[in-house]
Unconditional design. Sequence first.
Length: 281
Amino acid sequence: MKTNLFAEIIGQHTAKLLLTQAIEHNKIAPGYLFTSQIEGVGKTKTALAFANAIVGENHLDILHIKPTCAENTSQQKGIPTIRVEQVREVIEFFSSSAISSNQKVVIIHEADMLNPTAVNKLLKTLEEPKTGTFILVSSHPQKLLPTIKSRCQIILFSRLTDEDVVSVFKDEQIELTQEILTISEGSPGRAIAHIKMLSSIPEEMIRQLEVPPSDILNALSLSNCISSWNYQTQLWLLTYLQHNWWKKLRNTQLLKRCTQARNQLLQHVTPRSIWDTLLLP
């Protein structure tokens, strides 16, 4: 087995050390839980690298399970989950012979999205001896049952330093401002999402909102424009303003107003009234 497959993983030194030792000493656990309190810190990329190290990079010996909606058309708009049918697919996958090695690996993405029936089925599968390894990936470990977690070796992934986040993008044409680094909170995945969201907002709008408006007409104009945007963009802008205004002004009352505006938006209060209250001098 190769032990240099984690070279492209930035940061996460403890996680990489534990997994490298497991490979070098041929002590691969039956189940792993790759977890963190924040998404976008390298869990999925590390899981794939670890799986490649186990099976010799033959992707036919790796099965990916991800949340989906039920095929019933009446449930197409429902919340995606990992269903019992997918766990049955896992059982069938393990029942066949590996193609290039004596091991198979199943990576369960967003494992906290397992529905109750699937959880029970998965528990039975985890208890049964097999020539394979489970890797559960989750950014919400508190949603996983203790019985699931107790059957896995837990590998914790931490937030990256700002320097490590910058390193992730060093070979790409991506500009990381200090504002983006701050609100990304050590997550390259979040940084990408923030950059995409920021690029969708007119630069002139961002410039006008560097500090709270001092002119009533300008504040009303900004409020009218912003309140017409979709919910996710408004929510993102509130997060951006909260971090940016606090950094520049250190105004506790303004910070509270931003927090209140965010809570009201989450409670589906009329957006125009939220932005009027926040922006009017």
